[in-house]
Write a new protein. Structure first.
Length: 120
């Protein structure tokens, strides 16, 4: 029974990591296209802020998936060294996620409070 659960958990970890990779890759491609459009077009500062805000959302989503995979990995780990390594990675990802999310909330709040002027 235990080996079956370990196998299933390992497959879930691989699948969730793949989803995280795809989410981050899609977000990175989107921001690269936005930067290229900005370089060759006449877009406002607001356009660039929107591009980076969307990228931050993609990164938060990717980090959330990676954290889920880390949690599953700790549940099947048998050594304290592996648990400590995965735990440290999970803490780092949690902090990154927290600060990205906080920055997103700040930007949204500023956008709602600040009237859009023509030069932005």
């Amino acid at each position: 029974m235990k080996s079956w659960l370990e196998f299933l958990s390992e497959q879930a970890i691989t699948g969730i990591d793949l989803i995280a990779l795809l989410v981050i890759l899609i977000g990175t491609i989107e921001v690269a296209v936005g930067i290229i459009r900005l370089a060759f077009g006449t877009h406002s500062h607001q356009f660039m802020r929107d591009v980076w805000l969307r990228y931050a959302r993609w990164l938060v989503a990717g980090l959330t998936f990676q954290l889920a995979a880390d949690i599953i990995e700790t549940s099947i780990s048998s050594s304290w060294e592996t648990i400590a390594r995965v735990g440290a990675i999970a803490v780092i990802r949690t902090f990154l996620n927290y600060f990205l999310d906080r920055d997103l909330i700040e930007v949204r709040t500023r956008q709602r409070e600040k009237p859009h002027s023509p030069e932005t």
